[in-house]
Design a protein around this ligand. Structure first.
Ligand code: GLU
Ligand code: MG
Length: 435
């Protein structure tokens, strides 16, 4: 928790909405203590704002109601002054009712509730890490993964890693990626809420620094219909009440424990509906096609980058055992999603798998032929299809407040309507301008 505000010219309190946009309000440092006590005002209909600007026409909240944005003191991130940009203290907030009661449509609250239910019903805790890809535009052409790309992005890269460390995001790697101008940042795994908060913050910190360095940046899922996508891969592991990892069992297929297989079964069974929350832009499904190393189908596989759920490798080097490293990677997410809601949906799906009656999923070994995997259940091919799957999946619907669900559907359908009649290239451009 940061209590000194002397170094910061403003205090900003933010939420992240269904369009994946971080929105909020600023107060002067003199109001910092009052902000922490009682938050600042907010409006329910703000949740119905679409990516491209207007409020969705069938906004269920209408013009009524009021909320408070209540900052979480532990989420504070200090962004130091830099050149002409003044320092800023940034908080993530829960959206609460004016009397301080939780609001069922607040995505951060939805994640907190999902984690509490998982804990209550199974004793398990989720550890997660979101891995982000993005493109820095305007750099000279360079080879995939090259030192040259890395150096072309200096001093941005070094400054970024320093900023992320200062902000407590625990960056692990800063990588020149495969696509033209593409980079990736990974951060250390953390308890689920911290991990999702970091995913909300990371994009803003990258964008904020890039703006100051006059480097155009985009996290859009795709920049070119035939090109390389920007994914967000969500790494998940589970710990028992004693903090012991429970996904690893060397005796079982893929070394995935029976418990891990059941958790995966829930994610696989509800995959079409889940993608409406984890990859929710009008162009997200152009990325989720086979042979792009995004997610080519709803299957679980060892160390295969076409899998919806990839069993990640472990290494004998470095002294930590495989159980602690062992994790599942959900690959069908992108930066247009709300990280709290996306993770909540994955946790709920896993919990459904743990407590419900689902078929044991096949763990495809690393050497499975692509022709076999091509027969796996497909993912939706459009956002329309994914939204329909969400509407039809009663189990997934039951996890969310009906107003939240209705708002998600109306925001996303209004985004589709706003791009109606445009070809893929024009839709991609529109989305790129926002993300
Ligand atoms: N760019 C790929 C995606 O869209 C991911 C490639 C990788 O495995 O890093 O998800
Ligand atoms: Mg990558």
């Amino acid at each position: 928790m940061i209590s000194r505000t002397d170094d910061y010219a403003t205090v900003f309190v933010a939420t992240c909405d269904l369009a994946g946009q971080v929105r909020g309000r600023a107060v002067p440092p003199s109001e910092h203590a009052a902000l922490l006590r009682s938050g600042t005002g907010w409006v329910p209909a703000n949740l119905a704002i679409s990516s491209f600007g207007p409020i969705a026409p069938d906004n269920v909240f209408g013009s009524r109601g009021d909320l408070r944005l209540i900052p979480d003191a532990d989420s504070a991130v200090g962004i130091p002054a830099d050149g002409g940009a003044p320092g800023m203290l940034l908080y993530l907030a829960d959206q609460k009712l004016p009397d301080g009661q939780p609001w069922g449509c607040c995505p951060r609250t939805v994640l907190r509730d999902a984690l509490a239910d998982l804990r209550e019903r199974t004793g398990l805790e989720v550890v997660a890490a979101f891995e982000h890809e993005f493109v820095l535009e305007g750099l000279p052409e360079s080879a995939p993964f090259s030192l040259r790309r890395f150096r072309d992005a200096e001093p941005f890269g070094t400054d970024l890693v320093r900023l992320l460390e200062h902000a407590g995001l625990e960056p692990e790697t800063w990588i020149p990626e495969y696509g033209e101008g593409q980079f990736e940042v990974t951060v250390r795994p953390a308890p689920a809420m911290v991990a999702a908060d970091r995913a909300v913050l990371l994009k803003e910190l990258v964008r904020d620094l890039a703006r100051r360095r006059e480097l155009p940046v985009t996290f859009a899922p795709l920049l070119d219909a035939d090109g390389v996508g920007n994914g967000v891969h969500v790494h998940l592991s589970l710990r028992d009440a004693d903090g012991q990892p429970v996904l690893y069992d060397p005796q079982r297929p893929g070394r995935l424990s029976a418990l891990g297989a059941r958790f995966s079964a829930g994610v696989l069974a509800h995959a079409p509906a889940l993608t409406a929350l984890t990859a929710p832009s009008p162009v997200s499904f152009l990325r989720l096609t086979p042979n792009r190393w995004s997610a080519g189908g709803a299957f679980l596989a060892e160390r295969n980058r076409e899998a919806l759920l990839r069993i990640c490798p472990t290494t004998e080097l470095g002294g930590s055992g495989p159980a602690a490293q062992f994790n599942l990677e959900y690959r069908a997410a992108d930066a247009t999603a709300n990280p709290w809601l996306a993770l909540a949906a994955l946790v709920r799906a896993g919990l459904a798998g743990l407590t419900g009656d689902y078929d044991e999923p096949t763990v495809w070994p690393e050497n499975t032929d692509q022709s076999v995997l091509a027969l796996a259940p497909p993912l939706p091919t459009t956002l329309d299809e994914a939204l329909e799957a969400l509407e039809k999946d009663d189990v997934v619907r039951s996890w969310f407040d009906p107003q939240l669900l209705a708002t998600h559907l109306s925001v996303k359908r209004s985004e589709l309507a706003q791009l109606d009649g445009l070809d893929d290239a024009a839709r991609i451009r529109k989305v790129r301008n926002v993300y």
